[in-house]
Design a protein around this ligand. Structure first.
Ligand SMILES: *Cc1c(COP(=O)(O)O)cnc(C)c1O
Length: 421
């Protein structure tokens, strides 16, 4: 293997030998620890993307690393053709942690979403009595649920969709945060599920009205339709509670099911469930739903393997022990307060929105201008890594292990950078 001497060299290699399916910021990272990343020239940065919220626990968390190394030397993969001695304990741990009867483990987020879609359809035919091949799933406009052929079929991001057809049918779109539109769509008796992000992350951190989740769940219940929460990005403490569907329930490190908790019929988790070490995703549901899946009807060679499941348990222990939900909630309030001051002072900053440590700053410029990108490049020069998302929006989502002092230092960096635009 060629060893990399400079950022330019690494970028040139990726350009020449890798498919161009991403447009990265021009920084080449070679080391991470906690809230920090270092590039190949040794420059240190604050990470404000956290690998799209996969490293909520911070980079290379020692406890998760130890679990990985320990299991890597013991047993890594058996396939599900046999039982193994980690999967059962993991399933018990995870279902108790999140309060469901059963879990179906997969690897990537998109696979988790695909799994939930399959379970929902099968439930619709076998439990709800919908005629074969007629099941419909309601989704929200501007959703992001992953990149597979079926998932992009119900995206309305033209760039993600165009020339990837023919598309998978059976999906109906309603505007996000619109309970009336949802209720209208639920009148169709062929609807089996409503699949939704409790906060739309990729779309630009759209936080719905306070009662959107509670009301949508109630509307689904009335229509005998499954409410599926995609918490791949919002879950695992990111938004200041264990899950975004926990609302403002005051859980202490572990959700204690406060009055505002909405229990989804299916919960999809990914990203931070394994703290950035190894891809793990999971779909959780109660028995009366999960029981529709029988041997041979769904699976994955790597899903539920001993290495991934050990890593996931360690990653979830860290979330609980280090009280990351509370920290995210507290620091999120400070972050938005500081950003509100920038909104008042600098016309280039239009607004800040978000929950916990999932926040976005909307830049006051046209959708197709490169201002957000240019600001991110300038932030990088000043030692902070963030990435624009759809339109002129910058998402700010640091690891949840950040301290208050570090956060203030980061807000100073953001202010110093914004000042020049
Ligand atoms: C990232 C993400 C996915 C897809 O996860 P992958 O691991 O990239 O397949 C699905 N849903 C949401 C809300 C996400 O943020």
């Amino acid at each position: 293997m060629q060893s990399i001497q400079s950022s330019q060299e690494a970028i040139a290699l990726e350009n020449k030998y890798g498919a161009h399916n991403y447009h990265p910021l021009p920084v080449v990272l070679s080391k991470g620890e906690g809230v920090y990343l270092w590039d190949v020239e040794g420059k240190k940065y604050y990470d404000f993307l956290s690998a799209y919220s996969a490293v909520n626990q911070g980079h290379c968390h020692p406890r998760i690393k130890d679990a990985l190394i320990d299991q890597a030397g013991t047993l890594t993969l058996t396939s599900r053709a046999f039982y193994n001695d980690v999967l059962g304990p993991f399933e018990k741990y995870l279902t108790e942690y999140f309060g469901f009867d059963k879990v179906l483990p997969m690897n990537t987020g998109a696979e988790g979403v695909e799994t939930a879609i399959k379970i929902a359809r099968k439930w619709g035919y076998e439990k709800k009595g919908i005629p074969e091949n007629e099941a419909k799933i309601i989704v929200a406009e501007n959703n992001f649920h992953g990149r597979t052929t079926t998932i992009i079929s119900f995206s309305n991001d033209e760039n993600a969709r165009k020339n990837f057809g023919p598309y998978t049918g059976g999906f109906v779109k309603v505007p996000y945060d619109d309970v009336d539109a949802l209720e209208e769509a639920l009148k169709d008796p062929a609807v089996v599920a409503f699949l939704v992000e409790p906060i739309q992350g990729e779309a630009g951190v759209y936080v719905p009205s306070e009662d959107f989740i509670v009301k949508s769940k109630a509307a689904c219940e009335n229509a005998n339709v499954l409410f599926i929460a995609d918490e791949i990005q919002t879950g695992i403490a990111r938004t200041g509670s264990l899950l975004a569907v926990c609302g403002n329930c005051s859980c202490e490190g572990h959700c204690e099911r406060g009055s505002t908790y909405t229990k989804p019929d299916m919960l999809i988790l990914g990203k931070a469930i394994s703290g950035g070490f190894y891809p793990v995703s999971a779909v959780l549901a109660d028995d009366h739903i999960m029981e529709v899946i029988k041997p041979g009807q769904h699976g994955s060679t790597f899903g539920g393997n001993p290495l991934g499941t050990k890593v996931a348990m360690a990653a979830l222990e860290v979330v609980r022990d280090e009280k990351l939900a509370q920290n995210a909630r507290r620091l999120g309030e400070i972050f938005r307060e500081r950003m509100e001051k920038l909104v008042e002072k600098y016309p280039i900053v239009k607004l800040v929105r978000g929950k916990g440590l999932l926040n976005a700053v909307v830049i006051n410029d046209s959708e197709d201008s490169s201002t957000a990108w240019d600001i991110c490049v300038a932030l990088k020069e000043n030692g902070l890594l963030a990435k624009p998302t759809h339109g002129n929006i910058i998402r700010f989502a640091p690891p949840l292990v950040m301290t208050e002092d570090q956060l203030h230092e980061c807000c100073d960096i953001i202010e110093k950078t914004i000042k020049n635009f």
